[in-house]
Design a protein around this ligand. Structure first.
Ligand code: ACO
Length: 402
């Protein structure tokens, strides 16, 4: 409805691309996506190979440093992370001060931001050693912060990390150990969670990663940039979709398992209702991560002896959607979030924690992207333009004359 020629006269030669649908913000050599073919690769390695054969820490190393580590490089990386898993006692006090019913994504973001106050010796963006130290600190402390946020919401005492354990096992123990002595890590659960973290580890210039880069482009420190990224991830159109999917499945179950009526509502766009966990800005084909998660959901639930009627509803929803013209025409397929919630639920995580798990998985990607940006001599501060459509010049009117 705008008069484009007069807008161009006023704003100069500016491209309007709402939502950055066609605009690249950077060059990157980290993650490759072919959305039409459903291909995802980290540093050239296909996601299905990494999900099957690698580990979360190895993939984190790959994303951050560019190559798969040798055995000794991985051992060194793991050991450095292990040494930084503890939280400063004052940071724990800060976490305790939040209301018990606070959303754990808000707690996570606030705590990561606060790391910048505790670790002022690793705020530099130009000193390589400091960037390395903040990288390791974040990788080590985010799972501890996440577990503490969960414990706080349960009114249970927090547990110190047990550094005999691996990153995922340690996180599971700190989250579910109550009392700690009785908790045995189930290797099926640990492996499944490790694989989910791999699947979430990077996804090029998505909303949260672009946020991390944009904040960092103003030369803000790594802790602050990641804290902003956590908030960007929290929304239901992005990482928050994993918990929204579960609420949707539970609502359908409560209302009598009527998948067809729900799909009709979605197609009619009644009250803006969407099929959560479906659709993607880049994938116009099956999200390769969703295919792996779907297999894993089936296997993990079976291995854990969990028979969840919501899995059946999810599978029927997918079946209906994939054969319906509305979804076919718009190329809407399940995304990574469609089946993850069912696995997290079977593992015992409350719905509020689902997006926190996404954040732990995405952390190495955010760090890798931030580091690539600050090391790139072509980087400029991110500063989009706008097309002004407000009032033209007018004179101020005194309050009593308005
Ligand atoms: N359910 C129903 N209709 C949908 C859905 C959906 N999940 N997703 C898109 N559509 C429809 C839109 O209404 C639009 O229809 P129209 O052409 O009649 O107007 C069309 O498909 C195109 O959708 P857009 O909103 O323009 O697509 P966009 O690329 O902007 O949005 C997004 C992508 C946000 C992921 C969207 O598909 C969505 O909201 N999905 C549900 C939330 C979700 O699962 N988010 C997680 C994404 S993956 C991730 O962040 C890890």
């Amino acid at each position: 409805g705008y008069d484009i020629s007069s807008l161009l006269k006023e704003t100069g030669n500016v491209t309007l691309d709402v939502g950055f649908v066609n605009t690249a913000s950077c060059k990157s050599s980290i993650t490759y996506i072919d959305g039409d073919a459903g291909i995802l690769r980290y540093r050239g390695y296909p996601i299905d190979q990494l999900a099957e054969k690698s580990t979360f820490l190895e993939v984190s190393y790959l994303l951050i440093y560019g190559e798969l580590p040798s055995t000794s490089e991985l051992a060194d990386f793991t050991e450095r992370i292990r040494r930084h898993t503890m939280l400063h006692e004052d940071l724990k006090d800060l976490l305790q001060a939040f209301p018990r019913d606070a959303h754990p994504m808000s707690v996570l973001s606030a705590a990561v931001s606060a790391l910048g106050t505790f670790y002022q010796d690793s705020l530099s963006i130009t000193d390589r050693d400091q960037v390395e130290l903040s990288t390791i600190r974040l990788m080590a402390k985010l799972p501890t912060i996440a577990a503490y946020a969960h414990k706080k919401s349960q009114g249970q005492p927090t547990l110190y990390p047990d550094n005999q354990l691996g990153l995922v096992e340690n996180f599971l123990r700190m989250t579910f150990g109550f009392p700690a002595e009785d908790y045995q890590v189930d290797p099926v659960v640990a492996r499944a969670l490790d694989q989910l973290f791999i699947l979430h580890a990077d996804h090029e210039q998505n909303c949260s990663t672009s946020t991390v880069r944009l904040v960092g482009s103003g030369q803000a420190n790594l802790f602050g940039s990641i804290s902003a990224g956590i908030h960007a991830l929290s929304g239901p159109l992005h990482g928050g979709a994993n918990s929204a999917v579960l609420s949707m499945l539970a609502d359908i179950h409560r209302s009598g398992d009527d998948v067809d009526t729900f799909v009709k509502k979605v197609k009619n766009k009644e009250d803006g209702v969407k099929l959560m966990g479906f659709g993607h800005r880049v994938y116009k084909n099956y999200d390769p991560r969703a295919a792996i998660v779907k297999k894993s959901a089936d296997a993990v639930l079976k291995a854990m002896g969990v028979d969840d009627p919501l899995l059946d509803i999810a599978m029927r929803l997918e079946q209906v959607a994939l054969t319906d013209d509305y979804f076919i025409e718009r190329k809407l397929y399940p995304n990574v979030d469609f089946y993850t919630g069912l696995i997290y639920k079977a593992m015992g995580f409350p719905t509020d924690m689902f997006t926190v798990l996404f954040a732990i998985g995405r952390l190495p990607g955010w760090i890798a992207q931030w580091r690539e940006m600050i090391e790139d001599p072509a980087t400029k501060i991110g500063r989009p333009r706008q097309i002004y459509v407000g009032a033209t010049e007018r004179d101020y009117v005194a309050a009593d004359a308005r």
